[in-house]
Structure formats: C-alpha cells, structure tokens
Write a protein that binds this ligand. Structure first.
Ligand code: 2IT
Length: 445
C-alpha cells in the first residue's frame, strides 16, 4: 500500500473534505503494514471500497418556526459500510455539520463498531440545524420533517440511527414517533429510545461509563489505578455526564467541565449535585457552563479558556472534534498528565496525538475508548430483537466486558517491542481486519 498515492486520489475525489481525509489518513498509516502482509486486500481493492460510502442521502428539511417563518436546513445520512451488520451510527444536529465532518465520523464508526464485537456496520448522519435556543415545538417539527425523508432508508435490519451532539432522548422520541406514524410499525429502528418504549437501561450512560472502564484498563495495564486520580474533562453533554458519574463513583476527582465559552473549575472535584445539574443544563438547551458558577460556590467559571491548562493526571476530552490541539497537548505533557482518553470523536488533532505518543503518555482514540455508547446501542438492539429487557446490572456487566475486550484487542495489535501500547494502531488494525475479512468473504458487492 502506498498511503500518499491513495491519499492523492482520495483528495482528488473528495476535494476540500479536510476532516474526512484526515480520518482516512490516520487509519491508512496504522494499517499499512498488515495491508501489505495480506496481498488479497490489495487485489480486492479493500481500501478503495472502504473509503467510498455505500450511499449518501442528502435532503431538504423544511420546517416552520414559532413565529410562523419557514426555515430550511440540509439533512444527511451516510451509509458507509454494512459488511458486519446493519448500518449503525448517530445523528448530529449542530450548526457546524457538513459532509466532510459526517463522512469522517461515519468512516470512524465502521472501525469502532467492529471493535465492539457486536454485528453493526458503520453510518452517520445529521443536519446543519442549530438546536440552541429552539423551543421544544420547533425541535419536534424539525425532527418530524427530518424523518419524512429518513424513514425510507432505515429499518431494524437495514440502518439503525441513534443520537450524537444535539440529538438526545427528546429528539430520538420525536424522530421515532414520526417513523412509527409513517411506517405503521413499532420497530427497533433507532437506539437511545425511552425506557418505556424499547429503550435500554445504561444506554444514556453507556458512552461515558465505557470510557471510564477503558481508562481503568489502560491504567491497570500500566500498573496504576483510577482511585485518587485528578481528571480534567471537557464538554457538558451526555458523554461528559457519564464520564463524570462513573469516574467519581470509582474514586477519581473530576475537576472540570466545559462549554464553548470556557470551563468550570471545581478544585475538590464534582459532587453528585454538580453532576445532576449537568442534566438540567442540557434540557434547557443551554450551551455554556457559566450557570454552574451561579449555582455552586465552589465552581469557578473561567471564560474563553480550555481545561487543558489544568494540572491533572488524566484528561478526557468529551466535547467535539479538534478541541485539543498541539499547544494544549504540550501544556498537558508539561503539567505531568499520564493519560489522555478521547470521550468525543476525534477531539485531539493528529499533531496532538503524535505529541502524546512521543512523550510516552497513555493515549486512547475515541473509536476504541468511546465505543461503549454504540455498544450499549447494540445491546438495545439485541433486547428489542428478543422483545425483552435486561436489568441495569446485566447491561452494565456486558458493557464492561465489551470494553475489556476492546482494550485487549488494542493491546494485541498495538503493543510495541518496548512494551508501549499504541492504542491508535491497535484499534485501527483490530477494527480493520474484521471488516476487511467480512468484505473478502462476501465478494465484490
Ligand atoms: O459516536 C457514536 O458512537 C455515537 N454517536 C453513538 C452511535 C450509536 O449508534 O449509538
């Protein structure tokens, strides 16, 4: 495999899609060796086939705001690869959404889902709709209009969307309601559903819990433990909430949260009251963490700054792509950080990742570490198929086991001769081999 040559061709076919091209390059660099070791990958053009999504639906979403004005957004669903199971992945509603970002996320999702060991292909979708400041009725009308197009593409055995940034339980409810109306079926066509209509216990927490289970494994492998560690996190959404809950429960001290306008520093660590308040912030559609400093005396609001300036043992970026750059990485390293684990999808720039690895920090990419979210989705699909619900403990146990297995796969393919585990390389190779093997078995389709 010649990575540069493949990238030139990809750039020609996908001009300007920076995020997507970077996501592909990172995977290609990791798998170069195993690809060349197996000539049948090359002869079956596995890379060329993997980097071209099976299909992309782009559609208009017209809806009426509370003032009676008609608004128009653009919606997408990218069905990337279904070699190992039905297309599976989130929907993101955010002003920044574009085709390149969704393709980068959809591409990553193929490998992430493969790592979970559950039968799920890769997909991603969303809209350039900004939920900030919108009323619940506006959100409902938007979701209904979105589903008017999406429903033709999805199904429990075809494509099973879930949430992502801007799409939580409320939005899944509105989307699912419209799907049910249009299809006439109460089917397991989405995950993240409400508990009383097909949802799974631990799905909302799954992503965050999974990240903490993964960090526990990384530390254990390196002869350390989570209890007593100082943890800086960014974000304030479902992922940050789940991480804060589980890390605190396991005896770590979580000292920050953040929004686009700055971060909140809590010296003694978040308490259950702080963590519960995170849910209120989300429900109010508030995208800044400033209200924490009104609500809690011990929460210090630091506007227009990032939590990566805080001395900490562990950093867990849980906000969005490229939120942690080279300077942030240098600062964390200088402050003696031991471990960086991605809660969000691609929050660390490639330059930041290289710095962490060069400095010998433990670093885990989102496609391995945050796979607990989609793994819990997979467990929701299983329960829907059985028309049964597992208890909280049953789901949590399965999730914990899945995260242990993902860690073991990363270590298996990513451990260097000097003993350092390159989790990026391990995750990419383990995720890739399974999908590539399935594609080979299934012929040219
Ligand atoms: O990034 C992710 O893995 C998700 N947004 C969850 C996807 C899913 O289908 O649960």
């Amino acid at each position: 495999m010649n990575v540069d040559k493949l990238m030139i061709e990809l750039e020609r076919r996908n001009p300007g899609e920076t995020e997507y091209l970077q996501a592909v390059r990172d995977v290609l660099e990791s798998i170069e060796e195993v690809y060349s070791d197996h000539p049948h990958f090359e002869s079956a053009s596995i890379i060329e086939r993997l980097t071209e999504p099976d299909r992309i639906l782009t559609f208009k979403v017209a809806w009426t705001d509370d003032e009676g004005r008609v608004r128009v957004n653009r919606g997408w669903r990218i069905q990337f690869n279904n070699a190992i199971g039905p297309y599976k992945g989130g929907l993101r509603f955010h002003a920044s959404v574009n085709l390149s970002i969704l393709k980068s996320l959809g591409f990553e999702q193929i490998f992430k889902n493969s790592l979970t060991s559950l039968p799920m292909g890769g997909a991603m979708g969303g809209a350039d709709f900004d939920p900030k400041g919108k009323s619940s009725s506006e959100i409902m009308r938007f979701c209904q209009s979105y589903m008017l197009e999406l429903w033709k593409l999805i199904g429990p055995e075809t494509d099973v969307p879930a949430g992502d940034i801007g799409v939580g339980g409320r939005e899944i409810g509105y989307l699912f309601g419209m799907y049910k109306k249009l299809s006439g079926e109460h089917a397991g066509v989405m995950t993240g559903k409400g508990l009383h209509w097909g949802g799974s216990l631990i799905r909302p927490e799954g992503g965050g819990y999974g990240v903490v289970y993964f960090v526990r494994q990384m530390l254990e492998q390196a002869g350390m433990e989570l209890a007593g560690k100082k943890v800086a996190i960014s974000g304030f959404g479902t992922m940050a909430w789940g991480v804060a809950r589980k890390a605190t429960e396991m005896g770590a001290r979580v000292i920050s949260l953040s929004g686009p306008d700055g971060y909140v520093y809590v010296q003694d660590g978040l308490t259950p009251a702080h963590i519960d308040y995170m849910l209120e912030l989300r429900i109010s559609n508030e995208d800044i963490v400033k209200p924490f400093s009104y609500e809690f005396e011990d929460a210090e609001y630091r506007p227009n700054r990032k939590p990566w300036e805080l001395p900490c043992d562990i950093a867990i970026p849980c906000a969005t792509q490229n939120e942690l750059n080279e300077q942030d990485a240098a600062q964390l390293i200088q402050n003696g950080c031991l471990c960086v684990c991605e809660g969000a999808n691609r929050p660390c720039t490639s330059e930041a990742v290289h710095l962490f690895q060069k400095a010998g920090l433990l670093f885990a990419p989102g496609k391995a570490a945050n796979a607990g979210g989609v793994a819990a989705s997979g467990l929701e699909m299983t329960q829907n198929a059985m028309k049964y619900s597992w208890t909280r403990e049953e789901v949590d146990q399965r999730l914990s086991l899945i995260m242990q297995n993902i860690h073991a796969s990363c270590a298996r393919y990513g451990t260097r001769e000097d003993g350092y585990v390159d989790y990026v390389r391990g995750a990419n190779i383990a995720g890739f081999l399974k999908v590539a093997g399935a594609m080979l078995d299934q012929g040219v389709v």
